[in-house]
Design a protein around this ligand. Structure first.
Ligand code: FAD
Length: 506
């Protein structure tokens, strides 16, 4: 276990002052409890810290109170914690104040059906947003993540991508208004038209500029049903050609969801053929594979929305849209399920992984955005060589379109119009049943080194660096603007110390 010490303890004589200030809080303040211990861990399971206190806010007033309390000290920091699903301690504040945003969560999803939007708390889980919008109003947000046990504030601080992003952009491109408490302690309502500097700073801003306490999410009519399809490819160029073809088609000629993944050409139950089928009565028959198939294979994953009253249209629509695709004949799988079940599909994986103990084990995950220009080379070296035996979990790879990303936000992505999300979602049993975590972290580093050495047009997604120099390289030409935004909205560098971008100043 690696423990990071980010900042020294605030001076003892200041403790009384900030603790006094926290007495204004309407929610709760915990100094040593289950909450402080939870806030010192995350999904990555590789870092442990101990906050000075955890505040469970009742309102944005409480959030502002915490930030103002930290301002009275020389070095106390504040981290908003969503659902703690970061990998590398990004939502932690060692010896600082953690704001547990889940306290302002589930009940705070207010839908305006007439105007087709939902006002949701920054601490609401996307799963809570889904249930309230679909079950209550038959409406749904356009852009999702695969897994919905993440908070709205947490994903909006990064990007939030899934199989709908090729059409609608990431979640950061699907929000029309925010309430933010800045690092100065000001509570501000912002949008593309009002305090737009703050609005675009915060989106993809890695928690650096303010705490998102409310977000307005546009909604559209939710479908009842989804046809979920998986198509197998033995050649990477055929897989990418079809995936890119689909993401460039107009809506009426494409699917509502396009993703893809790499799997191992073997009968391994986790990494191989069985990971592709969608139902227990389906069987992956390897006899269909071309004889020259390599060590890894590819799966294009599609979904088409439909309504109960039009089921007969689905078959013909699917066939028409798939006509041009060159997948391996015989290796096509599909299943019909409700829209809710489709969006909650990863919850089932969570339940199984929790039962087998690998949900709680360390997760040295790596997420990258790799430009179309370099993705074939990436496949040759990373998928076909370094990871040819699989990683014990999904290896996602699917195309996104730069033009769907709002360039005014803080997110950085590759230069090319088409780039791929590559997500190496490692699930391995804890050492000694599985490999040591350090070995897997080193493998991730080797992959990133390879991308750098080959001069790929790539960026880390959910980035993690230890020095400002590395952050400057990550942001590239966007660094001066990022730093300027920091001095504007959080000049004392109080917020999100776990990202290790800026150090607290007086
Ligand atoms: P946390 O980990 O708690 O926080 C992340 C960062 O945001 C921290 O810096 C924190 O300080 C800051 N923050 C949190 N809340 C706020 C707020 N209200 N205001 C300002 N800053 C805040 N990502 C995708 O894009 N697509 C996926 O499909 C996807 N699937 C995932 C599946 C799993 C199982 C896991 C573990 C992660 C997945 N992610 C995915 C990554 C996920 O989007 C990020 O890890 C995200 O940060 C997690 O949200 P959280 O609510 O747990 O945030």
């Amino acid at each position: 276990m690696i423990a990071f010490i980010e900042h020294s303890l605030p001076h003892e004589n200041n403790d009384a002052q900030w603790q006094e200030a926290l007495k204004e809080i309407q929610g709760t303040v915990d100094y040593d409890s289950i909450f402080t211990s939870l806030a010192g861990k995350d999904f990555g399971g590789m870092k442990r810290t101990k906050p000075a206190a955890v505040v469970r806010p009742a309102s944005s007033f409480d959030v502002a109170t915490v930030i103002k309390a930290a301002q009275t000290t020389p070095n106390l920091t504040v981290a908003a914690r969503g659902n703690g699903h970061s990998i590398n301690g990004q939502a932690m504040a060692n010896k600082g104040l953690v704001i547990d945003m889940r306290a302002m969560g589930g009940d705070h999803v207010v839908v305006s059906a007439e105007e087709s939007y939902a006002d949701v708390s920054g601490g609401a889980l996307w799963e809570e947003v889904l249930k309230r919008c679909v079950l209550g109003y038959g409406l749904a947000p356009r852009s999702w993540t695969d897994y919905l046990g993440l908070t709205v504030g947490g994903t909006l601080s990064n990007a939030g991508v899934s199989g709908q992003s090729f059409r609608y952009g990431p979640q950061t491109s699907n929000v029309t208004e925010l309430e933010v408490v800045t690092g100065r302690g000001d509570t501000v309502i912002c949008s593309p038209f009002l305090h737009s500097d703050l609005f675009f700073s915060v989106l993809g801003g890695l928690g650096q500029f303010g705490v998102i306490t409310r977000a307005r999410i546009p909604l559209q009519k939710a479908p009842d049903m989804v046809r979920w399809i998986r198509l197998v490819y033995s050649e990477f160029d055929e897989f990418t050609r079809d995936a890119e073809y689909l993401v460039r088609q107009p809506k009426e000629d494409s699917f509502d969801y396009v993703e893809g993944f790499v799997f191992v050409n073997s009968d391994d139950p986790i990494n191989g053929w069985p990971s592709v089928t969608l139902d227990s009565d389906q069987w992956f028959n390897p006899d269909f594979l071309p004889p020259n198939s390599g060590s890894v294979l590819y799966c294009l994953e599609l979904a088409l929305h439909f309504h109960h009253h039009h089921p007969s249209h689905v078959d013909s629509e699917v066939e028409r849209k798939m006509e041009a695709l060159k997948y391996v004949e015989g290796l096509r799988f599909s299943v019909d399920l409700s829209y809710m079940d489709f969006l909650l599909r990863v919850k089932k994986v969570e339940q199984q992984a929790t039962a087998s103990g690998i949900w709680e084990a360390p997760h040295p995950w790596l997420n990258l955005f790799v430009s179309k220009r370099d993705i074939a080379d990436f496949d040759r070296t990373v998928f076909k060589k370094i990871l040819k035996g699989g990683i014990g979990g999904p290896m996602l790879v699917y195309p996104l379109l730069r033009s769907r990303w709002d360039s005014r936000t803080s997110v950085v992505i590759p230069e090319g119009e088409i780039f791929y999300l590559v997500a190496l979602l490692r699930f391995t049993p804890p050492y000694p049943s599985g490999p040591p975590v350090t070995e897997l972290v080193d493998e991730n580093k080797e992959i990133v080194r390879h991308c750098t050495k080959k001069g790929y047009d790539f960026k880390l997604y959910l980035p993690h660096y230890k020095t400002q120099h590395e952050w400057k390289q990550h942001f590239g030409s966007q660094w001066p603007q990022f730093a300027e935004r920091k001095s504007m909205f959080d000049p004392m560098a109080i917020l999100a110390p776990g990202q290790k971008i800026f150090s607290r100043t007086h």
